[in-house]
Write a protein that binds this ligand. Structure first.
Ligand code: 13P
Ligand code: 13P
Ligand code: MG
Ligand code: MG
Length: 382
């Protein structure tokens, strides 16, 4: 029986440097120290500490399966240790994503984002870990659809016999906490009516029908109900397996050549283009953005992470970056108007209840009868 390896990507924002723009090098150092200890203790097979914007991404391999208590506890401890450093340096929002006071067995629902998958390592196992900042889990809907369902993106869907049967998409409803699986290509249109609303419906995982195996997993956490509203702008991560029945590496990167609009820019309350960038450029500053995505490639070798390859460092993504900047210029000129500013019930910040209270008594009823009469008159009916 072939040996199983679990890839766990667990992320949190435990303090921004400066503001929400980057991770301080001392936090990365601290995270590295904690994971090195866990590797020496035999909890982890291997690790890499990634980052995007103000988010620390722990990329880990082990043999303990998904939702493993030790691995989750290790991540929580690591983020706590990083928070201590963040507090010492008075970084912005120190401990922001650690919503609970103590660990209770699984980091899900406690603030950090989690994407995990258990695989039987193939003869060659190329994987890509995507990490994004200033956006939300639904940001992966568009690229996952392109990778696993769109033959104009993924040639393999048409010409690779191992992909031709298509993929199953598990979609989560983040508000009613339920899930549904769509078999594609047969149910493409049903899938799209849901995932076209990424603020509520998110692709959690994708499975190959031919291989009967997991192809992709995202960090689709349930939304937090805060201040009478759902807020779900937690910066997401995703794992995608490549080649031999899964998308080729280039097919898994291709959707990001189109900087699609995502929610989560400035105060978690604006939409903006998702700009693919190299690890070194993952430092959103203009209007705290625009939103960014980094893609790190690894070859697994008995659980060892051989890499990373920093895919969006490729000059071939310069065009996407240029277009993202043009879109950013355009959207910024809309200022506080939708659709740059998010719809009222999607904003993380709002002064609306306060302004409403202040104006109490100033709102007068509108005579609907008078309006209707006027309309009827104009239509020649009155
Ligand atoms: P595989 O069939 O090995 O995935 O090769 C496809 C490929 O890499 C073409 O770019
Ligand atoms: P983060 O979600 O990355 O912390 O950003 C928050 C924000 O409001 C930026 O303007
Ligand atoms: Mg932050
Ligand atoms: Mg962030």
């Amino acid at each position: 029986m072939a040996e199983k390896i679990t890839i766990s990507v667990i992320k949190a924002d435990v303090g921004g440097y400066v503001g929400h723009s980057a991770v301080h090098p001392r936090l990365l150092e601290k995270a590295g120290e904690e994971l090195a200890k866990a590797k020496a203790d035999g909890i982890l097979v291997d690790y890499h500490v990634g980052y995007v914007g103000d988010d620390v991404d722990l990329i880990m391999t082990h043999r303990r399966g998904v939702d493993d208590k030790d691995v989750h506890q290790l991540s929580w401890r690591t983020f706590e240790a990083c928070t201590e450093v963040a507090r010492e340096l008075k970084l912005y929002g120190a401990g922001q994503d650690l919503l609970a006071d103590s660990f209770s067995g699984n980091v899900k629902g406690m603030g950090p984002g989690v994407a995990e998958m258990e695989v039987v390592e193939r003869t060659s196992e190329p994987v890509i870990v995507y990490m994004a900042d200033k956006t939300e889990p639904g940001a992966w809907n568009y690229p996952l659809y392109r990778m696993f369902a769109d033959p104009f993106n993924t040639a393999g869907l048409v010409i690779d016999p191992k992909m031709h049967a298509g993929f199953n998409f598990e979609v989560h409803d983040l508000i009613h906490h339920r899930r549904v699986t769509f078999s594609c290509p047969e149910e493409l249109y049903d899938l799209l009516i849901f995932i076209g609303a990424p603020g509520r419906f998110c692709i959690k995982s994708v499975y190959s029908k031919e291989l009967n195996d997991i192809a992709a997993a995202s960090s689709t956490q349930k939304l937090n109900f805060m201040a009478g509203r759902y807020v779900g702008k937690d910066d997401p991560v995703m794992i995608v397996r490549c080649q031999s029945g899964f998308p080729a590496v280039g097919e898994a990167l291709e959707p990001f050549a189109m900087p699609h609009l995502v929610s989560g820019w400035m105060r978690g309350s604006h939409s903006g283009p998702l700009m693919p960038v190299a690890q070194g450029d993952a430092t959103p500053s203009r209007f705290d953005g625009p939103p960014r995505v980094v893609a790190l490639g690894f070859q697994l070798a008995n659980g060892r992470l051989i890499g990373p390859r920093d895919f969006f460092a490729d000059v071939a993504f310069d065009g996407a970056r240029r277009q993202a900047i043009e879109l950013a210029d355009y959207l910024r000129r809309l200022g506080p108007f939708e659709p740059h500013r998010l719809h009222l019930d999607e904003m993380e910040y709002t002064t609306l209840p306060d302004v409403m209270k202040k104006l109490q008594g100033r709102f007068q009823p509108v005579e609907e009868d008078a309006v209707e009469e006027e309309l009827e008159k104009r239509q020649g009916l009155g």
